[in-house]
Ligand binder design. Structure first.
Ligand SMILES: [Fe+2]
Ligand SMILES: [Fe+2]
Length: 227
């Protein structure tokens, strides 16, 4: 019987590609033609999710969480989120949780674990927490999603996507980064798990060094040596 079921990771990745690629093309309004296939300039949603999946697997194994629940929730946590959505109320966590059954039907994902996936997805939003999330699977998804926003990969993703929202230049990137550092401190303070707290502190120091260096380079670094 299980031989007729689709592997759940394959189903999750396929659904994410199916929704994120057209949404990215809509967002950018232009696209590359790759052997007849329209491809977005940068598929932020897919790249962000892939980063969260990698972190989720690592965190779940370090924290003793159910790996299938955490990884599946990571694949699907933003699966219905649109780039630059203008709706007043952010429903992307609820929309994703409601899509879970349709994506996992016909796959080999254990039915008894679906509730854990939906719970983690429903609670993954926000940049600060007032209390520690439970169960551990929900905590791991929140931590993985937030860690993905404060690492080296987050700088790559931000650089690639930012010009899609508005015209940007280096000074703009620097100002946005310095603002983000302040928010990132709140993220680090809110992380649930010991593993994420340690990694978050490391990433936060990296971000501070990165933007401090950018600030030095872009604020006329030669002025002290000029006559
Ligand atoms: Fe999200
Ligand atoms: Fe996310």
């Amino acid at each position: 019987m299980s031989g007729t079921l689709k592997p759940w990771r394959v189903a999750c990745e396929a659904d994410l590609r199916l929704h994120s690629e057209p949404d990215s093309i809509r967002f950018w309004r232009v696209y590359h033609d790759v052997n007849g296939d329209p491809r977005a300039l940068f598929n932020y949603r897919f790249e962000h999710t892939l980063g969260v999946v990698k972190l989720a697997r690592w965190l779940a194994s370090r924290e003793g969480a159910d790996l299938e629940i955490v990884e599946c929730a990571a694949w699907l946590h933003d699966c219905r989120k649109l780039l630059n959505a203008h709706s007043k109320v952010d429903t992307h966590a609820r929309d994703a949780a409601e899509a879970v059954d349709g994506i996992l039907d016909g796959t080999d994902f254990p039915a008894a674990k679906r509730a854990g996936v939906k719970q983690a997805i429903l609670h993954h939003v926000g940049l600060k927490l007032s209390h520690r999330l439970e169960p551990i699977e929900t905590a791991c998804l929140w931590d993985a999603d937030k860690l993905s926003k404060i690492g080296a990969a987050s700088l790559v993703h931000f650089s690639c996507i930012s010009s899609g929202f508005e015209p940007v230049d280096t000074a703009h990137i620097l100002a946005r980064g310095e603002h983000w550092i302040k928010l990132a401190q709140g993220i680090v303070d809110s992380l649930n798990t010991a593993t994420a707290k340690e990694e978050g502190a490391r990433r936060f120091r990296f971000l501070q060094r990165h933007y401090a260096q950018l600030q030095r380079e872009w604020s006329d670094p030669m002025k002290e040596s000029l006559p």
